[in-house]
Design a protein around this ligand. Structure first.
Ligand SMILES: Cc1ncc(C[n+]2csc(CCOP(=O)(O)OP(=O)(O)O)c2C)c(N)n1
Ligand code: SF4
Length: 257
């Protein structure tokens, strides 16, 4: 029988524990495939977060470390400084990166640490039961905002790519989505660009991936993709928010999406 599709060797044989329709699995695949294509899996160290991706250390076929809530960019900083020959990435949810880990994220970015951050934005705390996250969009119903997020009480969501684009140490920041084949392909391209940025020693790179949480959104997998498309994409527009190298080549100061 002819094989038409194979698991990338950058992922182990462990069976993913994610809920049906959760796009964490797609994002794992894109990261692992990219590391394989760049021939760097053997010298990569990934940092797993808390949250649903805590067990990422079981899935990536590279060395992995697990960091306490939000501390992944700080752990990655140590790893990269100790072993600059290694490719170092963090894989973090929005609760991990944009709530308790805000300081680690901003300061690693400000220092221009030569690491790559894969930021999975599903607008909710997934693992702990669907509480409101800093990325929960206005009006969105969660366990802790049962009448919808009220910005007069809970404040406004954080747009991480837009924030990081203003930080000088950031070399590359792009937002992508994995709601369609076309967008998955674009996400792969962005992830590759982020790792290439690190390999070229240009500094901090981040890819924000708009992702689903069908379980805590209370939707089936197909409805969850539609919800992402109709609600998250308008609030979090995909695009390249910063690419220092591209901007320098074009003679610009900084790029917009
Ligand atoms: C230091 C610390 N504080 C809090 C927690 C509890 N906790 C575990 S997962 C999680 C939320 C994770 O949400 P997110 O980062 O959005 O990831 P997702 O599960 O949605 O992929 C929290 C608060 C923890 N494990 N460690
Ligand atoms: S709870 Fe949400 S984010 Fe976590 S695995 Fe399930 S669908 Fe994915």
């Amino acid at each position: 029988m002819q094989t038409v599709f194979e698991k990338t060797p950058g992922l182990t044989d462990a069976i993913l524990h994610y809920c049906p329709g959760c796009t964490h699995g797609i994002i794992h695949r894109l990261v692992a495939e990219t590391l394989d294509e760049l021939d760097t899996t053997g010298r990569t160290v990934g940092v797993a977060p808390v949250g649903c991706a805590v067990m990422a250390y079981n899935y990536f076929a590279c060395d992995m470390v697990q960091a306490a809530h939000g501390r992944a960019p700080a752990v990655a900083t140590g790893l990269k400084r100790a072993r600059p020959d290694c490719v170092v990435f963090t894989y973090q949810g929005d609760g991990d990166l944009a709530a308790i880990g805000t300081a680690e994220t901003i300061h690693a970015a400000a220092r221009g640490e030569n690491i790559t951050v894969i930021f999975v934005n599903n607008a909710i705390y997934g693992m702990t039961g669907g509480q409101m996250a800093p990325t929960t969009i206005p009006g969105q119903v969660t366990q802790t905002s049962p009448y919808g997020r009220d910005v007069s009480v809970a404040g406004y969501p954080l747009r991480i790519c837009e924030i990081l684009a203003s930080v000088d140490g950031v070399a590359y920041a792009e937002r992508v989505s994995v709601d369609s084949v076309k967008n998955v392909r674009a996400a792969k391209k962005a992830i590759r660009r982020a790792f290439e940025t690190q390999l070229a020693g240009r500094g901090f790179s981040l890819v924000e991936v708009l992702s689903t949480c069908p379980t805590n959104w209370g939707l089936d997998p197909v409805q969850a993709l539609s919800w992402l498309r109709e609600n998250m994409i308008p609030y979090y527009p995909p695009g390249v928010y910063k690419d220092k190298e591209r901007d320098a080549a074009a003679g610009e100061v900084s790029g917009d999406a």
